[in-house]
Design a protein around this ligand. Structure first.
Ligand SMILES: CC(=O)N[C@H](C=O)[C@@H](O)[C@H](O)[C@H](O)CO
Ligand SMILES: CC(=O)C(=O)O
Length: 310
């Protein structure tokens, strides 16, 4: 039977950190770092929602078995401390995604999200919707989010086209994580919006623009280490204090602008998190290259000068 939004199901709003995957120096999953990671986010950044095994978590470079181990540990350690764990279950194979979606139900994740496959690409809204429906059907009781990230997948189906009639195809559909800079497409999604959906913006350096259009929240990698500042941005925006909100947004733009000049990628991002948080997250997994120590040092210096209070 199709699920209804139960009264206990809360809308996904506010800041959601897309977590890095802790690895050992040898490149194996470092499960014991997940507990301290959860504590760091809640205690030091004021972030109580996480999006695990996504882009930042290098999910596409992990095996299905590794992803299950990680998802289970994140859910276990987040229990009683965090408000929401989204488990990303997108893979190149539908079967793997269904397997992970079912697993997410078993470990009591709060919701799942799916990135489009990108080797064989769905090339229109109907094909993408049909694919998402097949994944969601493996976990009909879990709120389901589409994760739009065309810069990585090369899947440029307009989200506003995807959303048409999707609630009939996927009763568990609850919204979108929109990681693209096409703000017209994002804006047009709101006219199709249902009361139990959340539209979350995913480009941290222009989060404020997403909020202006009506975003319910934001999912991003930088909220791992600028969460404390971006919670302030959110509350300034809610109070209509635009100057304050812009000041914080401009700081992240200043920071990422210089980081991008030095080649900001998941490897650099991860190393910055290691240095800022003191957590042992290890290197990224190939093909993402480890961050050169000189690059890490100068990015950290920039971070400290812009965000001395984080
Ligand atoms: C491509 C990518 O990883 N996007 C992330 C989320 O979707 C963002 O959180 C970025 O890491 C962030 O906006 C910095 O560019
Ligand atoms: C940013 C994000 O949501 C991800 O890393 O998947």
């Amino acid at each position: 039977m199709a699920i209804m939004a139960s009264s206990s199901e809360k809308l996904l709003t506010g800041l959601v950190a897309a977590t890095f995957t802790p690895l050992t120096e040898e490149g194996e999953i470092n499960i014991k770092e997940i507990g301290p990671y959860v504590d760091y986010l809640t205690e030091r950044q004021g972030v109580t929602k996480i999006f695990v095994n996504g882009t930042t978590g290098e999910s596409m470079s992990l095996t299905v078995a590794e992803r299950k181990l990680l998802a289970e540990e994140w859910c276990k350690k987040a229990k009683g401390k965090m408000d929401h764990v989204v488990v990303h279950v997108g893979c190149m194979s539908l079967k793997d995604s269904q397997d992970l979606a079912l697993h997410a139900t078993q470990i009591k994740a709060d919701s799942i999200a799916v990135i489009s496959p990108s080797f064989f690409k769905p090339n229109n809204a109907h094909a993408l919707r049909t694919y998402l429906k097949a994944v969601a059907s493996a976990a009909p009781d879990l709120p389901f989010y589409y994760y739009h990230i065309p810069s990585i997948t090369g899947v440029n189906v307009l989200v506003r086209d995807l959303l048409v009639g999707i609630e009939e195809q996927i009763p568990s559909f609850r919204g979108v994580k929109f990681s693209a800079i096409d703000l017209m497409d994002f804006g047009l999604c709101f006219s199709l919006m249902k009361p139990n959906w959340s539209l979350l913006y995913g480009v941290d350096e222009q989060m404020l623009s997403g909020l202006v259009l009506g975003a319910d929240g934001a999912v991003g990698s930088t909220y791992n280490y600028v969460g404390c500042q971006f919670n302030k941005l959110l509350s300034a925006f809610e109070k209509g204090e635009l100057v304050e909100a812009r000041t914080i947004q401009f700081k992240l733009q200043d920071f990422l602008g210089s980081a991008m000049k030095l080649g900001f990628d998941v490897g650099v991002n991860k190393q910055l998190m290691v240095e800022v948080s003191g957590l042992s997250l290890g290197p990224p997994r190939l093909p993402v290259m480890p961050c050169h120590p000189d690059v890490a040092a100068s990015i950290k210096q920039k971070y400290k000068s812009i965000f001395p209070q984080c």
